[in-house]
Write a protein that binds this ligand. Structure first.
Ligand SMILES: [Zn+2]
Length: 352
């Protein structure tokens, strides 16, 4: 376990709730605290019986399903979010002979604690961060292979891990220099990752790349993080996708896209308990559709766990977090129609 001792990590328990700075999944440092908290909640009889009573009267949730005509595009802020949120749904898509495209906004290169472990260095350099990002992209290929998808299903945009939030505000347009990652020291994606020529680390460039991909791929369904996700990159992903969809709808007003959202980082969710099925986060509504359930068989859960295990760089430092999502269901919701005008003066997302 790694603790950087910075001002955002005053204590372990606080870190669980105030959420990340910088890294792709830094709440890993609070793992034991979260487990402890979960254990405490589980043994509180009042809490448990209230849950049981609540569950007994709840009607079954509607199911999110896919078929052979589904063209599913998943917006994944970092390599592993796609499997955490939808490793089961992707298996359903594969079984139905639907089509998949996962768009990774960043390579997840800015996770200092992870780089320290994988690169065996106490003070990572830009070169270490870049190597770590490349490792995570290789892991993504392996994970999707486990789920039955080849390299044609993966697109890496190479935008800066921990920097998406600031690209919604300060670093939106060409009126100033592009954002430069404090980790990789880059100010643009690597050549192999550029979709639209002359793309730099600017918000409008990311939005344009997303719109181009969506225009070309013509998805029938798009999965994207909820804006309430407490990781800045995840929350920002929602706003960039919403902005890009506005462009797509202007060009292709006839296209019908089912917009579905998922959540990965929300307080201590889903670690309030270790039941086989994940319940929605307390206090978060299921959008216009109500929460949508995707039930997984035992075999599908096992395969999802096997796909997550391909993310060795993440399993090494936060295996408990990844495995907590490998249960007998996945949950999604449909957001209200996005009304987003970018850039924004002040980011609605938690800062990184
Ligand atoms: Zn993530």
């Amino acid at each position: 376990m790694f603790i950087d001792g910075g001002p955002n990590h005053v204590t372990l328990v606080v870190a669980v709730f105030i959420m990340p700075n910088r890294a792709s999944h830094p709440i890993a440092i609070a793992g034991q605290a979260a487990a402890l908290l979960a254990a405490t909640l589980i043994v509180l009889p009042g809490v448990l019986s209230a849950h049981v009573r609540h569950r007994a009267v709840r009607p079954p949730r509607p199911t999110l399903s896919v078929d052979m005509n589904t063209r599913l595009l998943i917006v994944s802020p970092h390599p592993d979010d796609e499997v955490l949120a939808a490793g089961g749904l992707m298996q359903h898509l594969r079984a139905a002979h639907g089509t998949l495209r996962v768009v990774y906004l960043t390579d997840g290169e800015g996770y200092r604690e992870g780089v320290q472990v994988e690169e065996h260095v106490a003070s990572p350099t830009a070169s270490n961060y870049r190597a770590y990002g490349r490792q995570r992209t290789r892991e993504a290929h392996r994970a999707l292979r486990v789920l039955g998808f080849g390299p044609e299903s993966l697109t890496f945009l190479g935008f800066p891990n921990g920097g998406l939030n600031r690209m919604m505000t300060t670093y939106w347009s060409e009126r100033r220099n592009p954002y430069r990652s404090p980790y990789s020291r880059l100010d643009r994606p690597t050549r192999s990752e550029i979709v639209v020529p002359r793309t730099l680390f600017r918000g409008e460039d990311l939005s344009q790349e997303l719109a181009t991909i969506i225009g070309d791929f013509a998805p029938t369904m798009v999965l994207v993080p909820r804006k309430e996700d407490q990781h800045g990159d995840h929350c920002a992903a929602w706003f960039f996708l919403a902005d890009a969809l506005g462009d797509v709808r202007r060009l292709h007003p006839d296209r019908d896209i089912d917009l579905v959202s998922y959540i990965v980082h929300y307080y201590s969710w889903p670690f309030e308990d270790d039941r086989p099925r994940i319940e929605p986060p307390e206090g978060l509504r299921g959008g216009v559709s109500g929460w949508l359930n995707v039930p997984l068989t035992a075999t599908e859960t096992r395969i999802k766990r096997a796909a997550l295990a391909q993310y060795k760089s993440q399993m090494d430092v936060m295996g408990w977090f990844l495995e907590g999502f490998a249960r007998r269901n996945e949950l999604f919701s449909r957001p209200a129609a996005p009304l987003v005008a970018m850039p924004v003066r002040r980011s609605p997302c938690d800062d990184d």
